[in-house]
Write a protein that binds this ligand. Sequence first.
Ligand code: 13P
Length: 252
Amino acid sequence: MRKPIVAGNWKMHKTAEEAVDLAQAIAPLVAPSLTSCDVVLCPTYTSLGAVHGVIGGSGIGLGAQNMHWEGEGAYTGDISPAMILTSGCAYVILGHSERRQYALESDEMINRKTLAALAAGLTPIVCIGEQLEQREAGRVEEIVIGQVRAALEDVEVDRAPSIVLAYEPVWAIGTGKTATAGQAEEVHALIRSFLTERFGREAADAMRIQYGGSVKAENAEELFSQENIDGGLIGGAALQADSFAAIVKAAK
Ligand code: 13P
């Protein structure tokens, strides 16, 4: 019922030239999957225009990795919703754990960004996920649902279906330690039930929840076959065309 969505978060990798090469290699490999899976590439800001030149019109989506919530102003080093929109983006990753950790982004900031993205007509990919100590302390539900609740404050029901959530347990990011399909599905089901309470069944059933954290070609199929896992947000394995395409293929 929900179309899966697989996004490559290229993080701070690839110059514009390298990003163009990667996008060119990925495009033909994922083209056959586009009817059954939304595919999004998220290079860094300086490569957005160049990558748009490669994938514009191909059906592959373009996303930024962050943005400011204000429309414009004295925010040195920041970038606005309109700036990324006019660079060809339809998506924007918000609240990634690396931004929460290194740029000290708070739930409140992520909420403002989410509302700004929706207002601009961008699809936000809102990241949530617990740290290892929080999992070990039995606080997964409290942390993850708390982050979802805060990020989606003041979101109206009719906008909810265009939001993508990405559950990324922090301990699984870049560590090679993937959550098992069962562990991930358990949290995705909790998120879905919160969304049902918050927005009602119809909207909640339409919202896509990606899994992220050490997704590879070898584990993607099992993860993506879970009832509440609607694709993935891919880091390391998205930096190579073959492995990214194999992950896209696993999402049906
Ligand atoms: P890895 O796939 O490298 O673990 O990164 C996941 C991630 O953070 C995607 O946003």
